[in-house]
Design a protein around this ligand. Structure first.
Ligand code: 5GP
Length: 116
């Protein structure tokens, strides 16, 4: 197993860092982004930190990737009008800051989003 230190998102999973959690099951956790870029800005995060980005996740566990997308859709329907943008920043120059794969779910008033 990896001896990598827990990511900030793994620390949220472990309840070492507080977060406004909106969904959780055995594989995935979702919570509000601490610096929202849209009226609804959630992060949907596989609990495993073995995948750094969406390319690795899709190649390594396509079922989990599919579940991330399904959870995003359900949460957008629950917390907004069901229409949403799904963003995976992949790499430093693309704006990724946390190297534990996560989907940004953005909904409502997206014109001002800096992730556009
Ligand atoms: P990235 O830049 O890697 O695509 O996205 C990382 C996201 O995680 C950012 O939007 C940032 O605001 C969010 N974030 C970073 N640290 C925390 C935290 O401790 N709690 C929450 N809820 N979000 C965080």
């Amino acid at each position: 197993m990896s001896d990598t230190a827990p990511s900030i998102f793994s620390r949220i999973v472990a309840r070492e860092i507080p977060a406004d959690i909106v969904f959780e099951n055995d594989r995935i956790i979702a919570f509000r982004d601490i610096a929202p870029q849209a009226p609804l800005h959630l992060l949907v995060v596989p609990k495993t930190q073995e995948f750094a980005n969406v390319t690795e996740l899709a190649a390594g566990n396509p079922e989990l990737m599919t579940e991330v997308v399904a959870v995003a859709g359900h949460l957008a329907a629950e917390h907004a009008n069901g229409e949403y943008r799904l963003v995976f920043n992949s790499g430093v120059t693309a704006g990724q800051t946390v190297f534990h794969v996560h989907a940004h779910v953005l909904a409502g008033g997206l014109a001002e989003s800096s992730l556009a």
